[in-house]
Design a protein around this ligand. Structure first.
Ligand code: NAD
Length: 524
């Protein structure tokens, strides 16, 4: 690798993009190894466009195999020294890291808005939800504590949590800061080293997180960032040094990654797609419910795995649909840097075409498009990937718009005559990320909680994503492998550590007899 002095990111904590203006000098996104940014030697570059304009923003390399090998070797070499540090020593790096992320909060958010399209306010939330995981990870030493029990008169068993080694992290486009931060802080505080691959559609936030890791003093090789798409993922899945894979993204990629990673003997945690339902009961607070539905269906242009994409109107609440439409019409769709924007564009032209196709299919299959956002364009951004908020009513569960994850600003509405009918629909849906009920009855909420099969339930809370002292607990097809390995919180620590048990008997505590007993110990 030729020496590349002074490769640096073009932004700083005080200087970062603030508009969708065309960028004149486009630079490739570097990768990050041994605490240095480097440019890939490849000519195979993936263009990243600003979704509001489709102007080119950067190019992401499909890194050469030799460069990927260097990244994994860097992480492998760093591991023995990093794991030897005391938990308290590792904690000091994390304290500095969270401070730096907070200092660079607006910068990271701005890069997300530019590359991914979400509004600046929403991008700040993306950073915050990741930062909160990093802050909680500062308590790593507490989570690493083992247990001890005197299992017999002269014997005790202790547990130790030990790091796994090099872990790979593969991220989606829709939360460019939060998802890397679901993984990095917990992996490193527990003594692992990391090779992270951001989405090739939104790499910038991960690059800033890499720069800040170096500033926080993390030793060379503890945190590395590589780029590319399928080839890079396949490399990480095959590399024997990589002991675990964290993946967040679509079912298509995630089910493949889970199967291949597991077959290669790695631990894999994989969060996948979703179709989240809300149930609206007649006794709910109508105003608050409609506002909550609107925010959860159309925020981030519906590109959230916990977006509410289906609403089940129970009984007379179907009469509220026209009011919902009027409220949603008031949402402003605009470039994410515009202060008045409620939602931005969708990520790519392909995504827009796919979303519009699903809306068209709903009409063909007999549903009503009661608010149609197709064809909308904000005046100043005619070339972006725009889809205005869209509401489909009179849908049925057999329609394509119900069966597929749309991942756009499209709300599918079904009318049911009872809570039980709503629960049946939710339980028959293959996904199980989240669901919400809107009601003023504790009894109804409790009936819903007990009977519904989704991993994260909101009661009058539209997006019930748990804070980092809990864990992200999707289920069914929204996770691979039955959801045994959930992200962050104590289960996140468990994922990134191997439990070791030690059973001890000291000579001084030996029993009276020294005769060998060949029966299995009964610990009496
Ligand atoms: P994606 O699956 O297209 O990409 C995710 C990552 O996988 C990327 O880094 C990409 O390079 C890689 N990848 C994609 N296809 C691959 C393949 N065939 N082989 C190997 N690697 C591959 O997902 P996306 O479009 O970036 O993200 C949106 C999806 O992520 C949605 O389905 C959403 O529901 C899901 N998501 C889920 C959660 C959750 O916690 N459940 C959170 C965020 C996003």
């Amino acid at each position: 690798m030729a020496l590349q002095p002074n490769v640096a990111l073009g932004t700083s904590a005080t200087s970062y993009p603030s508009s969708h203006d065309r960028i004149i000098n486009i630079t490739a996104t570097p990768y990050f190894i041994d605490n240095e940014f480097r440019y890939s030697s490849t000519e195979n570059l993936i263009d990243v466009h600003d979704p509001a304009t489709n102007n080119l923003v950067t190019r992401v390399p499909q890194m050469a195999k030799v460069e990927l090998e260097e990244a994994v070797s860097s992480a492998q070499e760093a591991f023995p020294r990093w794991r030897q540090l005391s938990p308290i020593a590792r904690q000091q790096f994390m304290f500095r890291y969270v401070h730096l992320i907070r200092e660079n909060w607006d910068r990271i958010a701005a890069v997300i808005t530019l590359e991914q399209g979400k509004t600046l306010a929403d991008a700040r939330g993306d950073v915050l939800r990741g930062l909160q995981v990093a802050e909680a990870a500062c308590a790593g030493p507490e989570y690493m504590k083992g247990e001890v029990l005197e299992v017999a008169k002269d014997m005790e068993t202790r547990t130790y949590r030990e790091p796994l080694g090099v872990v790979g992290v593969i991220c989606p486009f829709n939360f460019p800061a939060m998802i890397p931060l679901w993984c990095l802080p917990i992996a490193v505080i527990t003594g692992n080293t990391v090779v992270l691959k951001p989405s090739e559609r939104a790499p910038g936030a991960a690059m800033i997180l890499a720069e800040l890791a170096e500033k926080a003093g993390f030793p060379k090789g503890v945190i590395n960032v590589v780029h590319g798409s399928h080839d890079t993922v396949n490399y990480l899945l095959d590399a024997p040094e990589v002991k675990a894979i964290s993946f967040v993204g679509s079912n298509e990629a995630g089910e493949y990654i889970f199967t291949k990673g597991s077959a290669n003997g790695k631990r894999v945690q994989a969060n996948l797609g979703a179709k989240n339902h809300a149930v609206i009961m007649p006794d709910c607070d109508k105003e608050q419910t409609l506002a909550a539905i609107m925010a959860a269906a159309f925020g981030a242009a519906g590109q959230r795995c916990m977006a509410l994409s289906v609403v089940l109107f129970v009984g007379e609440t179907k009469e509220w649909l026209p009011e919902l439409v009027e409220k949603v019409k008031a949402l402003r769709v605009n470039g994410g840097f515009e202060p008045d924007a409620d939602l931005g564009p969708v990520v790519t032209p392909e995504s827009k075409t796919r979303i519009e196709g699903l809306v068209a299919s709903a009409k063909d299959e007999g549903a009503d498009i009661i608010l149609d956002g197709r064809g909308y364009k904000p005046q100043n951004y005619p070339n972006g990937n725009w889809v205005g908020p869209t509401i489909i009513s009179n849908a049925t569960t057999s329609m394509q718009c119900y069966q597929e994850e749309i991942f756009g600003p499209v709300l599918v509405c079904l009318i049911v005559d009872s809570l039980e009918a709503g629960i049946d629909i939710i339980n028959q849906n293959p996904y199980g990320n989240g669901t919400a009920i809107f009601t003023s009855s504790g009894v109804t909420a409790e009936r819903f909680r007990k009977n519904v099969e989704a991993g994260q339930i909101g009661v009058n809370v539209p997006i019930p994503v748990p804070l980092p002292m809990f864990s992200f607990t999707g289920n069914k097809r929204s996770v691979a492998g039955g959801g045994a390995n959930t992200f962050y919180g104590r289960p996140g620590v468990n994922f990134y550590t191997q439990l070791k048990t030690v059973t001890l008997k000291w000579a001084g505590q030996a029993r009276e007899t020294s005769k060998a007993d060949l029966a299995i110990p009964n610990h009496s």
